[in-house]
Design a protein around this ligand. Structure first.
Ligand code: C2O
Ligand code: CU
Ligand code: CU
Length: 476
């Protein structure tokens, strides 16, 4: 069975917003898709990896004419792709060469909070650095790094502070999946920007409390990109790195593709589809089979009716690999009977956004949960219909989606997730457990909603050290 419709409530799609900024096809000449380089470790041993990550300013020739002033990690815009190997201890030297305070948040890594996690309690001031170390103990996935200073996460991400990171493990490596990075395995970071005078971005001028958007699609930091296809099958690791925009993906000819992974793991089984909606901060991995095309053909990836990325078909060897029926066994630990369902509400829109009726406060712990225990969380989007879809994200954990308003989750969210989008009026029940302790944020990933206060934080208590005190900042 092939899924040929988008999930979620159509009435809540972002194009119904009053402030919606439609995407427009760029009029600039096509350019090769930027493939972020793999960041070289400073050192790697059998057990440890060492990286230096520098947040820096830069400028990039995005449009004809003046270069655009941008920010990035080890690169002028976005960043190099970081590779983490499961089982290894990672040592990071985090350096801030920006003119303002920032943080380095690992979205999707299950690592202790609030310092290693890199949320708002782990500032790195201009000209300074911070060293952190953590062990990678989670399945293969495509995760990401982004700035997370409160309340200017949205503005810093808009400047370009977002980069992909790949977690590798032996299980994923044993499967017949494309993984030749840059050739048949490519990150596709979906964003949008508005170019003002002299090709500059102007976050403040474009500000919208429901999320900043621009009309120009920017893919891996490329405007109007194409990719040269030299293998029959290509694995695309989509990341919605936009502040607000949903992307409703589909290909020309309604080309069928196969989703193999979501945020934090492979899916239990491959899912065939022709349409895929991705919301802010989610990752969706697909394999596209270009077998029916011939050299010279062009296959286009669209969001709604706007082209995002063109695949130019070249000569390739036939590829007869068959995907295994089972890709992954999603962990499904039993819920702890002593822990009642925890309720979270995502409230309001615009400046009125809140969580459980309250605005985020950096030095307030909103909830406590024991490490290692498993609990159901019921997340409700209280927006009256038509409302908007809020992508709900939790730091430091990988959760399992249990139900949507009592019904089964969508077929492509049966793996591990860190972000789940919620329709207006919907209750999504997720199963939550932590294997690391500390203070973690959870929030809507429309970044302006998060900065605007649709965010809270929990303390995960390590039974071996229940009285551990954390230093919580109250401003940055
Ligand atoms: Cu993408 Cu609070 O994170
Ligand atoms: Cu995160
Ligand atoms: Cu929201």
């Amino acid at each position: 069975k092939v899924i040929n419709h988008y999930f979620y409530d159509e009435a809540a799609y972002d194009y119904h917003d009053g402030g919606y900024v439609p995407l427009e096809e760029p009029k600039t000449p096509g350019k090769p898709l930027n493939i972020p380089e793999i960041l070289k470790p400073d050192q790697e041993t059998a057990t440890d990896m060492y990286y230096t990550i520098v947040a820096q300013t830069g400028e990039v020739q995005l449009m004809p004419g003046e270069k655009t002033k941008t920010w990035g990690y080890n690169a002028p815009l976005l960043g190099k792709t970081v590779v983490f190997k499961k089982g290894k201890t990672i040592h990071l030297h985090l350096v801030n060469h920006l003119p303002e305070v920032t943080t380095f948040h690992w979205h999707g890594l299950a690592i202790p909070g609030p310092i290693e996690d890199g949320g708002c309690h782990a500032p790195v001031y201009p000209g300074e650095s911070r060293d952190v170390a953590f062990k990678i103990d989670q399945p293969a996935a495509f995760v990401w790094l982004h700035a997370h200073p409160c309340p200017s996460t949205a503005e810093q991400v808009w400047h370009g502070l977002a980069a992909g990171a790949i977690v590798q493990d032996d299980h994923e490596s044993s499967l017949p999946l494309p993984r030749n990075y840059g050739v048949d395995d490519i990150p596709v970071i979906l964003q949008d920007r508005r170019f003002h005078e002299n090709n500059q971005w102007n976050y403040r001028e474009d500000y919208d409390p429901d999320g900043v958007a621009g009309p120009t699609p920017m893919i891996n930091g490329t405007i109007n990109p194409y990719f040269d296809v030299t293998t029959q099958k290509v694995r695309l690791r989509f990341l919605d790195g936009a502040n607000r925009r949903e992307f409703r993906l589909h290909f020309s000819d309604d080309l069928e593709f196969t989703q193999i992974a979501g945020d934090l793991s492979l899916l239990p089984h491959p899912v065939k589809m022709t349409k895929l909606l991705i919301t802010c901060a989610e990752r969706q991995e697909i394999i596209v089979d270009f077998g029916k095309y011939k050299p010279g053909d062009v296959v286009t990836l669209y969001s709604d009716d706007v082209p995002l990325l063109r695949f130019r078909i070249h000569e390739f060897q036939p590829d007869t690999t068959v995907l295994p029926e089972t890709l992954f066994e999603t962990p499904d630990p039993a819920v702890d009977k002593d822990l009642p369902v925890h309720h979270v509400t995502l409230d309001g829109m615009d400046e009125a956004v809140a969580m459980n009726g309250k605005k985020f406060k950096m030095d307030r712990i909103d909830y406590k949960m024991p490490m290692g225990k498993v609990q159901l969380w019921d997340i409700c989007n209280t927006n009256p219909a038509p409302g908007m879809i809020h992508p709900y994200h939790m730091h430091g954990t990988a959760f399992k989606v249990v139900s949507r308003n009592g019904h089964a989750p969508y077929p492509n969210e049966l793996g591990l997730k860190d972000t789940v989008a919620i329709n207006p009026g919907e209750h999504v029940v997720i199963k939550v457990w932590f294997h690391v302790s500390g203070v973690f944020m959870y929030h809507c990933h429309i970044i302006e909603h998060e900065d605007g206060g649709m965010m809270a934080q929990l303390q995960v208590i390590d039974p071996a050290n229940p009285d551990k005190k954390y230093h919580l900042m109250n401003h940055m």
